[in-house]
Design a protein around this ligand. Structure first.
Ligand SMILES: Nc1ncnc2c1ncn2[C@@H]1O[C@H](COP(=O)(O)OP(=O)(O)OP(=O)(O)O)[C@@H](O)[C@H]1O
Length: 284
């Protein structure tokens, strides 16, 4: 599978939400990482056809999606940022309903729904009302509905918002599992959602693509730019004012400060291994 975004722009009231966005995606997990308001949802909405761009094109396997008509949707599975569920529906009835909307034949849909519920470990909740599920279980129902039509592009907009750490890890593992032979496009501002599973990361800032690459390539770009400074209270204030700080920890009366800076911030500063969170802070 190949997806190409070509020079996509979108303005709201004269302000760019997305400007000349171009990128190529291939099979695997692609994380779109950006702060609030960076343009992630705008990009996704344009991709799935909810929103029209002012300029630009999206291509799937070199075909312009504008020329693909309804057929385009058979490629797509989509979990929106704020999915709406019918709380009084049982899980299985909701999935049957989604099959109807997606034009999936009854028998095939039923089989697929049950298989997917098993994969996401929700078989036992099949006849539970959606309103009685936890946030994490509801998100898993969301991913099942997105996968019903066996899409080769799965699009997830902030899928782990509101999940506890255990559910977040479970969800992350599921996404990694679903990324075999398909493109998973995952928008988030939570670095840990993609740090370990993304093959490619797109850093989006104020509607523009700042940087793109594998997590390792992005991390390597910060080589010798992340430092550990051990400080006293007095020096801590000075360091906080002067530098970008990615972490701070007090330990036995000392303060360990993680500084992101081009040059050694202090004679005793020690160079440390960068991580994706440092990359995020460096560019934002
Ligand atoms: N319907 C709209 N009308 C006006 N401005 C909008 C509209 N939708 C989005 N915007 C603006 O476009 C910019 C990009 O918004 P978008 O929702 O795409 O960002 P995001 O990265 O998804 O943010 P978040 O992480 O908060 O969901 C923001 O400045 C936002 O205020």
């Amino acid at each position: 599978m190949k997806v190409m975004f070509s020079n996509i722009s979108k303005q709201y009231k004269g302000k760019y939400a997305l400007k000349d966005f171009s990128a190529k995606l291939e099979n695997g997990v692609c994380g779109i990482l950006g702060a609030n308001g960076a343009g992630k949802t705008t990009l996704i909405n344009i991709f799935v056809g909810i929103l029209k761009s002012d300029n630009g094109h999206v291509y799937i396997n070199d075909k312009d999606t504008k020329s693909m008509g309804k057929h385009f949707l058979s490629h797509i599975g989509y979990l929106p940022q704020y999915p709406q569920f019918y709380k009084n529906f049982e899980v299985i009835d909701f999935l049957r309903y989604m099959c109807v909307l997606k034009d999936i034949p009854k028998k095939q849909g039923e089989k697929r729904a049950k298989e997917l519920l098993e994969v996401v470990n929700l078989s036992d909740a099949c006849n539970k009302k959606i309103g009685a599920l936890s946030g994490g279980m509801r998100q898993r129902v969301g991913i099942v509905q997105a996968m019903l039509n066996d899409p080769n592009i799965l699009i997830l907009d902030e899928p782990t918002a509101g999940l506890d750490p255990q559910e977040r890890i479970r969800f992350r593992n599921l996404i990694a599992q679903f990324s075999e032979n398909r493109i998973v496009l995952l928008a988030t501002h939570i670095v840990s959602d993609i740090e370990y599973i993304a093959n490619q990361v797109l850093l989006l800032k104020e509607g523009r693509l700042m940087k793109q690459g594998s997590p390792q390539v992005l991390i390597d770009g910060l080589k010798e730019k992340v430092w550990m400074v051990t400080a006293t209270n007095e020096k801590m204030v000075e360091t906080l004012q002067q530098y970008k700080i990615s972490n701070m920890m007090r330990d036995h009366g000392k303060i360990h400060i993680r500084v992101i800076h081009e040059e050694k911030p202090d004679a005793h500063a020690v160079n440390v291994q960068a991580n994706l969170e440092d990359v995020f802070l460096y560019y934002f």
